[in-house]
Design a protein around this ligand. Sequence first.
Ligand code: ATP
Length: 333
Amino acid sequence: MITVTLIPGDGIGPEITHSLQTVFSAAKAPIKWDVQEAGLDGLEKTGSLVPDSVFESIEHNRIALKGPLATPIGKGHRSLNVMLRQRYDLYACVRPVKSIPGITTRYTQVDLVIFRENTEDLYAGKEVQISADEAHSLKVITRQASTRIAQAAYDYAVANHRQQVTIVTKANIMKLSDGLFLEACREVSKHYPLIKTSEILVDNLCMQLVVDPSRFDILLTENLYGDILSDLAAGLVGGLGFVPGANLGTETAIFEAVHGTAPDIAGQDKANPTAMLLSGVLMLRHLQLNDVADRIENAILSVLSDPNVITVDRGGSVGTQALTQLICRALGA
Ligand code: ATP
């Protein structure tokens, strides 16, 4: 048994993490959950958005699966998600975005992996109020952080038999910051002659992705562009309910769906747990538990390929619990 920190989180978090626990138990995955409350729930129960026990658990287990965490707006709180990524130096945010058979969109052959630098850029939290009418945000780009996210993307390309890495910037305008990111990525690319490297400006990429996403393979980019592109790419494959993610550091890994807390549908059995379940599959593969990862992924895909199974976010009536039960049945439970 491997012990994993499980943070149910806020909004739809408890519903989708419960779904994940149910499916993992049906698949007899050798995972023991160390459940930790954080976010607004944690605040109510313990007086702290992230109680110390959460950090202790992550530092002990070094692997966590988390639901979305809400960040109270305008009370001086920094985003908890950003804080966890910075605290554990989870520098690589990896988001595979793939067409799912049965989830019909305008596109059938999307198979992208977004590599988003996760620790700096405009998310470094360096903001200054100049006057009542002026505020500045500092965009921080370093060669070290750019180089290691590039290395992660190229190593992944080699390990997963990918053909192409596209470096995404706005280096024509932000010549120093994006220019440095581009330069660092180009430098890394020289060590991977078998992987094709291309470069694109982020605005052009948005248009190209909507026209023909099948042209792209791995997208290597900074923090803010990666955040926005992840949501755009999710739309290509059916929405935020379908895209998983991993935040990887050298010592710690935290797996989570791309979507947020979805407060508009929380507690109504409407959330699509697929993104969370696929994040769990990514975690199992990270732990080299490939057999059980395959079984869970196949069960999810077989259930979603049934044309009668339409989740609420796709305009159907199959809610969180019903989808969970169908997946458990497909697992033979
Ligand atoms: P954040 O700032 O935390 O990203 P947000 O409100 O901007 O939060 P999301 O919480 O991701 O963004 O929600 C965006 C929209 O997508 C909402 O309408 C939400 O209901 C929907 N949504 C997000 N995740 C899911 C899901 N798993 N299942 C169904 N709908 C979802």
